[in-house]
Design a protein around this ligand. Sequence first.
Ligand SMILES: [Zn+2]
Length: 418
Amino acid sequence: MGRLTSCLLVLSVLVTAAFCVEKARFDFYRVYEVTASDEIHLKIFQQILDYPDGYKFMTTPKMLIGSTAQLIVPPHKFGEWSEWVENFKIEVKLLSNNLQEMIDKEDAATQRQRRTGVYDWSTYRSYNETYAWMESLAASRPNDISTFVVGKSYEGRDIKGLRVNIGNATGKPSIFFESNIHANEWIGSHTTTYIMNQLLTSNDDDVKALLESFDWWFLPILNIDGYEYTWNVDRTWRKTRRPTQNPLCHGADPNRNWDVSWGAFGGSNLPCSSGYYGDFVFSEVETKQLAEFLATVPNSFGYISFHSYGRLLMTPYAYTQAPVEDLQIMNGIGEKATAAISPFRGVSYRLGKISDFFGLVAGSSVDYVAINQKPKLVYCYELSNNHILPNEEILATGQELFASIKTIFTEAINLGLV
Ligand SMILES: [Zn+2]
């Protein structure tokens, strides 16, 4: 029975007490690209982050002068916002007059294309579809492929991934992919599943050799409650869904919640902020269980984390400007990995440390992994140039990133790192 039907039934029985969750709408909300040109602009960014009152950043803004961020401005703030722009000389570019139109377009394309019933990358996939697809892969090749469960999310969903280890061999170096730690960054999980599929189906001898050489672990949707919430309630949702100390505000930013200088910088201590770093370190079951799970993954060699957006390939650290051990090796390989992206559509990615692009950020997964699991290669990508990306860009992004990932691990073999 559909959600609408069940809601109507409840309505007819319990007229006064009836309630069903509606989907958030963003009619006539504007999306701007804003540039922070001085300290005052950074203060405005932090103020909006702490006390959003309808404003929303598409992603947590970088607290660096000269950086840009996409900001959603609600209609009831048009007056205030235009005054701020005028008074504080904020450089802005209008990207959309109506955020709801962007969401509707994405919705319509997704509904139209997913009717085919085939799991492909022409459209966005719900977590159920992705899990069913992973289960079918595991069932088709039980000697090589298996699913794994990191644990249960706060709302009780399995946090499920796929492991590909040809011949079930022991001792191979392992590579772990983590995506959709931020709920609204849909392109992340779709890029992970695309890479998974290419590795398993390619006829290219180099790819087959790569597939054989490593123990591959893919966790497409870490923040599964948040992801589901973006499908059913609020497309812009970023955080987890656990209640906080403030009963009106849910969730923490799971990429500020790990045990690396937790709470020190790059987030907010206010539960209603989209950048809230959580009630305490590892307050979110999703991050805590992944940290525990990663400690059991043998022979950690590579860790890849996908976010959006910004077209960046980044190395640790986020919490300090200090270089990670092996930074030179990661940069050398990273240059080739960014170059591998360009031939497809001429898109170029920039390479650097996370702290170079974002300023200092505490509590991130890649820093935690770099410090605790010490893989030889740790990279964090900011994919694409938007959160709400047209469906036709899913495949294009997957192709670019598969080439990039192939380059990283082929290089690792060529350099004798494995
Ligand atoms: Zn992110």
